[in-house]
Design a protein around this ligand. Structure first.
Ligand code: P53
Length: 477
């Protein structure tokens, strides 16, 4: 088997990481707007509102808001068939709970989608990519609150209705499973809009599970609404796939791998199969975690399953059992070990192309749903030569090896793959660190960590390489 003829080659980004224009067109403040710039090993801080004198890299980002026409022109030059981005919830509902949507925000995406379509590029759209309105965080406490389900479904309905003739491929929540690492304040606010108060610290894990369940219900409900509006919609989930290998062949480590896969991927089980898997229900009971879910909501989960499974893949993890742990309960902040069989990037992300083939097989064997790889890429420091050229052979190597592994899963194992949108075709703000210098793009943007730079765009060596990959439908890497 080979890649399908209509394979969706392209690139992926998220609104808050490239648009900028944080106060333009009536946009409200999102969780990304209160995150400061961090660095490698230095976490981003979440400030109480926007504070004068702090560096918030997402406020301007790379100003796609004003540059999108030129940028799309460059994507078209590479031959993109698809472009994945997100709608900033705060452009449509600035606070999150308004009666009426913001027309100027809707208009911006109308124009941008038109521009893509004019170039023959299919928009692939995420509804919620780490950019929940701060209004929802402050007034409702984020997704731990059931009321937020309705706010999300309303927002989804507005988008589906408005763009029903322009967008076919949708995703509800980006990397819904990053919050598996529930001890991380960063993941809780990014995924669920939760800022944990001192009183809530003891129930932090329960808060995460309740928020995730509410998101899964909201996702299923939105999927049902979307299919009513346009039965041709393809509505998917989006999972951060970092397969967790057993570090050794000790039986306990194998079970630890099973426990880790359960904890990281039960989200996908609900999205794809429509019910809460037994292992997670058993875990909640054992830990005294109380989850509020009605019979009616369970019915929604059952009916609103996904049409395709989208996932990101950057790296694999490895785990080994640490001491007494009969439940093989995986704690992501404790149970990961370095896998010495694979190298790592400067940011410590383990580079493992075979892990992508493994992931495609794991998802396929579990769910038998069509898949899309909606993120895969290499964050690295680029050097601009005297003449302005950038020789990013390390990026080409990373992508080549991963695309080869993806093709192998199609050729050898016959998995059903719809497309591949690499992260990110143009340099943008890093989600985890807020840096500019952790670059992913084929297109260089002259912008630095401290916010300086002309925002000028230029082509890296990888630009022509990817163009050729698309031209040959992945035959020549
Ligand atoms: P940055 C963790 C693990 C894997 C992917 O990440 C992750 C994360 C959370 O940061 O995020 C995804 O920019 C995410 C994108 C993000 C991209 O990976 O930290 O969906 O928004 O930019 C790359 O290097």
């Amino acid at each position: 088997m080979a890649l399908r003829k209509d394979f969706l080659w392209g690139g992926a980004v998220a609104a808050h990481q490239l648009e900028g224009g944080w106060q333009e067109g009536g946009k409200g403040i999102s969780v990304a707007d209160v995150m400061t710039a961090g660095a490698n090993g230095v976490p981003r801080r979440i400030t109480n509102g926007v504070i004068e004198g702090e560096n918030y890299p997402n406020h301007e980002a790379v100003d796609f808001y004003h540059h999108y026409k030129g940028d799309i022109e460059l994507f078209a030059e590479m031959g993109f068939k698809a472009f994945r981005t997100s709608i900033a919830w705060t452009r449509i509902f600035p606070e999150g709970d308004e009666e009426e949507p913001n027309e100027e925000g809707l208009k911006f995406y109308d124009d941008m989608f038109d521009e893509l379509i004019r170039h023959g590029i299919e928009p692939v759209i995420t509804l919620c990519h780490f950019e929940m309105p701060m209004g929802i965080v402050n007034k409702y406490g984020g997704f731990a609150n059931k009321k937020v389900i309705d706010l999300f479904v309303k927002y989804a309905r507005v988008c589906f209705e408005r763009y029903k003739d322009k967008v076919k491929y949708w995703m509800t929540f980006n990397e819904i499973n990053n919050q598996t690492d529930w001890k991380s304040d960063h993941h809780l606010i990014q995924d669920s809009g939760i800022i944990v108060s001192d009183e809530q610290r003891p129930i932090q894990e329960q808060l995460m599970y309740q928020a995730a369940v509410n998101e899964l219900i909201a996702s299923a409900q939105a999927t049902l609404v979307g299919h009513e509006i346009n039965p041709d919609f393809m509505i998917g989930c989006m999972i951060a796939m970092c397969p967790v290998y057993p570090a050794t062949d000790k039986p306990e480590d194998i079970m630890m791998h099973v426990g880790a896969m359960h904890k990281r991927y039960w989200f996908a089980e609900v999205h794809a199969r429509g019910f809460l898997p037994e292992h997670i229900v058993a875990y909640w009971q054992r830990k005294g975690i109380k989850i509020d879910i009605s019979e009616e909501e369970k019915e929604i989960l059952k009916k609103g399953t996904i049409d395709y499974l989208a996932f990101s893949y950057y790296m694999s993890f490895a785990t080994a059992v640490q001491g007494e742990n009969p439940g093989f309960d995986y704690d992501e902040s404790r149970d990961l070990v370095r896998n010495e069989n694979v190298p790592a990037s400067e940011w410590g992300w383990q580079i493992d192309p075979m892990g992508l083939r493994y992931s495609l097989n794991w998802f396929w064997d579990h769910f038998h749903k069509p898949m899309m790889i909606v993120e895969n890429g290499f964050g690295a420091v680029d050097t601009v030569e005297e003449d302005g050229s950038i020789h990013d052979d390390y990026r080409i190597d990373y992508l080549r090896n991963h695309i080869q592994a993806m093709k192998d899963a199609v050729d050898y194992e016959g998995v059903d793959l719809l497309g591949y949108t690499m992260w990110a075709p143009i340099d943008i703000v890093s989600a985890s660190t807020g840096e500019m210098k952790k670059r992913y793009g084929f297109i260089y943007v002259d912008k630095n960590n401290d916010g300086s730079g002309t925002l000028e765009r230029s082509r890296k060596k990888s630009f022509d390489w990817y163009k050729h990959v698309i031209e040959t439908n992945g035959e020549e890497l």
